[in-house]
Design a binder for this molecule. Sequence first.
Ligand SMILES: Cc1cc2nc3c(=O)[nH]c(=O)nc-3n(C[C@H](O)[C@H](O)[C@H](O)COP(=O)(O)OP(=O)(O)OC[C@H]3O[C@@H](n4cnc5c(N)ncnc54)[C@H](O)[C@@H]3O)c2cc1C
Length: 444
Amino acid sequence: MYPAPPETEHLVIIGNGMAGHRLVEALLKRPDRPARITVVGDEATAAYNRILLSPWLAGEMEREALILRKAEWYAEQGIELVLGERVTSIDRTARRLTTDAGRALDYQRLVLATGSRPAMPAVPGIELSGVHGFRDLDDAEALAGVAERGGRVVVIGGGLLGLEAAEGLRKRGEAACRQGTGSLAVSVLQRSAQLMNRQLDATAAGLLEAELTRRGLAIHTGAQLAAIEGDHHGRVTGVRLADGKRLAADGVVIATGITPNAELGREAGLATQRAIEVDGHLTTSDSAIHALGECCQFEGTTYGLVEPIWRQVEVLAEQLGANPAEGARYEERPSATRLKIGGISLFAFGPIDPDAGHEVLAYHDPVQGDYRRLLLRDGRLEGAVLYGDTAMGPWLFGQAQAGRDLGPCRRALLLGAADADALLDAHDLDTDFDTQDRPVKEAA
Ligand SMILES: Cc1cc2nc3c(=O)[nH]c(=O)nc-3n(C[C@H](O)[C@H](O)[C@H](O)COP(=O)(O)OP(=O)(O)OC[C@H]3O[C@@H](n4cnc5c(N)ncnc54)[C@H](O)[C@@H]3O)c2cc1C
């Protein structure tokens, strides 16, 4: 079915992270894959599941469970894996790259899957010892050590990553304390007036804040970091806020966003803005070089979640085959957000603030800590925030993606997918289904 690839075709993938590894797995399913594949990654460990660093930090899983594939697996598949070496330059004319160990590799096709790194705010003291990011296994292990020693940690950033780091530290610190080490106090500084301001409305953010506070995190909203302070050994001693307040700290975790690792592509002369620009085939401005994942940028969008990256992998694997399908192009689609903190369920997508054209449906049970708010336009769902019982989240997301008219099941929309589906089916069959007789929780 597939024509054999040219004998000499050598594909090099830079980055053995989530995108680079998933691409390898996708290529292995294709008989028309390039004859020779080499993966170069600068981390010491073969690909692991970065997403699971949060539950690992919280002590909810074993380190072994993070590993996606062991280094031997690559050899068994006939793939050359170079670990612990950083690609430092790409010579596009010679089609050759060089690593920091002095290794030179020639390629016919090249994929940049270099991801991103924590964005470090430009404040005094950011270089002090005891200031951490939360990106890789080394960071997670350093944070586990901080939690186990006890003391005071300040997490800068009340978004997804900051909250997962803070709760992971708190849980690990609590477990260590039970074993007899010193106790750990964790604070979160959030610049905006609420937690997760890019995903949640004020009510859901309030519920989340109350729950995290109940667990023992000290949450400071409206708190702008001005400086990190240290002692004469260059170690962190505290943080100072823009309003002059000071919080003592033995450790600081920065979770204020990510910076794409685009420098390698930029220095090689590839078209780059915030990240390396790619087209719908994940091809850069050089037709022999592709990029995907958090180091790439498509139509102005950069990435921070895996769902769109998985779709990029499928398109790129097709492009790297000997006879790529014409129609396979990457397209932007909305993503849904979840938080990976044990015992807290939230699910959100779409716009947060309603505009004049939105109909707002909301249900709030403060006793159970359940909250659901939907934004509809002309009967079609555009956004949802669910906190507590989020079982309906994927169904709602599917309906929004499909652009389905939910008018016929409007009164059951906050109840459950089965109720809403039943109404939609009844409507589709054009039966005389009396929705008014069904018991519904009142939409507020
Ligand atoms: C703690 C944490 C929790 C997360 N949770 C979620 C979640 O719940 N849901 C979700 O969708 N997303 C989550 N993410 C984001 C998700 O992990 C990323 O979107 C994903 O890892 C991006 O994949 P990538 O391959 O582009 O980058 P990475 O996975 O970072 O891989 C890039 C790799 O390239 C290497 N590299 C960089 N430069 C070079 C070079 N010059 N030479 C050689 N190697 C190089 C890097 O060291 C790294 O190993 C989380 C991220 C973190 C840090």
